[in-house]
Ligand binder design. Sequence first.
Ligand SMILES: CC(C)(COP(=O)(O)OP(=O)(O)OC[C@H]1O[C@@H](n2cnc3c(N)ncnc32)[C@H](O)[C@@H]1OP(=O)(O)O)[C@@H](O)C(=O)NCCC(=O)NCCS
Length: 203
Amino acid sequence: MTTAPRPTLRLLPAAAARPDLLSPEESARLAAFRHEARRRGFVLGRTAARTLLAESLGCSPEAVPLAVGADGAPEVQGAPLHVSIAHAAGDLGGAAIASRAVGLDLEAIRQRRPDLWRRMLRPDEYAVLEALGGPTDETQTLLWSLKEAVLKGRRTGLRAGMHSVRLRQLAAGVGEGRDADGGAWRLGYERRGDLWVTWALAE
Ligand SMILES: CC(C)(COP(=O)(O)OP(=O)(O)OC[C@H]1O[C@@H](n2cnc3c(N)ncnc32)[C@H](O)[C@@H]1OP(=O)(O)O)[C@@H](O)C(=O)NCCC(=O)NCCS
């Protein structure tokens, strides 16, 4: 039996932040952030990405060629690896790496606007919602986060609308997604305290 491919994930609590691993460019970005939570999240995400990539590339975390593309997405220069970074309120940060396009999202479960259902879900996705147990804060946050993970994997972020992603067959922590170009994404999700951790991996 073959195991379905999945990205390698690393999630780190605030205490694991390693600002000493940042590149000069990252340190300059860090110094410009005005909010403490943003600073913590940035360092945690970079710490997770740099340590994961270092293990894969066989170099030190400081030497990982981690850059930022013109679209704002993190990228690994000169290596066939994809990386995605996410953080939640500066308390948890993480990264996912894979040999294909990958998106990671962390989303706190909370009450959102009631009209978000309509803005977020396509008519053909309400069956997915029902299969998850119907509309709750937990299912709304999960579906939002899975779509955001696909949009981060595509590197458009929220510039592309939530309706451009179609979710299918979500159950037991895995699922499928389709993007606006018909691209297929393998999805994963798990609860971590009051957060959803979700990822999307290009098929
Ligand atoms: C990318 C985006 C979805 C991130 O959402 P978020 O809830 O703010 O933050 P997350 O914790 O999920 O992810 C943050 C990480 O996404 C990454 N990121 C930024 N732009 C990205 C893009 N276009 N594609 C993929 N990842 C991106 C960054 O690594 C960032 O972390 P860092 O700045 O600390 O390195 C969102 O910022 C976005 O859509 N940006 C592009 C469009 C835009 O600027 N819109 C304005 C708001 S609608």
